[in-house]
Design a protein around this ligand. Structure first.
Ligand code: FE2
Length: 292
């Protein structure tokens, strides 16, 4: 029977015949934590209704280019927690971080060296890198998917009237030595969208909405675990208070100013230019999660 003391037990028992054991485990724990939460804070009917209203609005703010629920998960640190537990660094592998809500557009395949900045003002930047596995072997032909905000802190999908789709996005294929390189601009720090319920939450809690400047990087190849991470710009504001808790120290890199005419010519860069190198280490598929 359902009573205050045994409420979670009563609901958990209703899941007893769930054929999928993992689903049963998740739903049972969810109900136990939810009921404990209601009891802990002494949730009132008005507060419960406000919560339902908030979640309803969160859903209503989702469409093909806006994902308010991912944003909510991000600002509550849940996305980072899931990511961190699921992708613990093993054998020197590159640390992961959140995918974020802006990977909604497929990145266009581009040739090595091509610029991802179809339309963008900003400081020209050369990104170079390499993909090796935890055994030190180059991952020839690895796919490197990158996307980033522009110098004003906006993604293409946020300004569809003024910026072509797929601006500042690119899908590169590493060469036979696992190397990759492309041209772009230095991204700016940016606020996550604040014109929805998540923005209201940040406002009500006196939190700023900013993310430290970064380039999103997703690396995949047959036989290796897909790595979702960021390349953070050293010196960017908000590295120590990223709104979605995404910063890991090992992912912060110096985007150094380079004055080298020969190098500029080789990579079709104006001189001087900013330059960053991102050596990436990926784990073999099926490698154990490890303990920390
Ligand atoms: Fe981002």
């Amino acid at each position: 029977m359902f009573d205050e003391e045994h409420s979670a037990d009563a609901v958990a028992a209703s899941f007893a015949a769930t054929p999928d054991p993992r689903l049963r485990e998740i739903l049972t724990a969810l109900v136990r934590h939810a009921h404990a939460f209601v009891k802990d804070v002494g949730l009132t009917g008005e507060e419960w209704a406000a919560g339902i209203r908030f979640l309803t609005e969160t859903g209503q703010h989702c469409d093909a280019t806006r994902q308010e629920f991912i944003l909510l998960s991000d600002v509550l640190g849940v996305s980072m927690l899931v990511e961190t537990i699921g992708n613990r660094s093993v054998g020197g592998s590159t640390e992961s971080t959140v995918e974020g809500p802006f990977h909604l557009v497929a990145s266009p395949p581009r040739a090595l060296g091509e610029s991802i900045a179809v339309v963008a003002d900003g400081e020209p930047c050369l990104v170079t890198g390499s993909v090796v596995d935890t055994g030190g072997r180059p991952v020839a032909g690895a796919r490197i998917d990158v996307w980033q905000a522009d110098a004003d802190g906006f993604y293409d999908v946020q300004r569809p009237q003024t910026v072509p789709q797929q601006n500042l996005r690119g899908l590169f294929t590493a060469d036979g030595d696992g190397r990759f390189w492309f041209r772009t601009i230095v991204p700016r720090f940016y606020p996550i969208p604040t014109d929805g319920p998540v923005g209201e939450l940040l406002g009500a809690t006196a939190r700023h909405p900013y993310r430290a400047a970064h380039i999103h990087v997703e690396v995949s190849a047959p036989g290796v675990r897909t790595l979702t991470t960021h390349l953070f710009v050293d010196g960017s504001p908000y590295l120590d208070s990223d709104a979605v808790f995404g910063v890991k120290e090992s992912l912060v890199r110096v985007f150094e100013t380079t004055d080298d005419i020969a190098l500029a010519e080789r990579y079709q860069m104006p001189n001087p230019f900013r330059r960053v190198d991102f050596p990436i280490v990926v784990r073999p598929e099926g490698s154990s999660v490890g303990s920390g």
